[in-house]
Write a protein that binds this ligand. Structure first.
Ligand SMILES: [Zn+2]
Length: 78
């Protein structure tokens, strides 16, 4: 979950899963997170609903550890 100030500068990022407050310096997030913004469409039970959440890296790792099929991965430097 992200909070912005009146100038729309990032103020705070909190992991939705564990509640950990992530490091933000001068409006820049200084940690890796999973950012999800999902808009559900016609064939879902949530038609027209948009949901958002953020996970810290530890919660992300716990999530993918439960996958039956591992994530696909490759090294990329953005
Ligand atoms: Zn977390």
């Amino acid at each position: 979950m992200k909070r912005y100030d009146e100038q729309k500068e990032l103020q705070e990022v909190i992991c939705n899963q564990c509640g950990k407050k992530l490091k933000v310096e001068k409006g820049i997030l200084m940690e890796g997170i999973l950012e999800v913004r999902q808009n559900f469409g016609y064939f879902s039970g949530k038609d027209g609903l948009t949901q958002e959440f953020d996970l810290c890296e530890e919660c992300y790792d716990r999530l993918i550890d439960g996958f039956v099929i591992p994530v696909t991965q490759k090294e990329e430097f953005l």
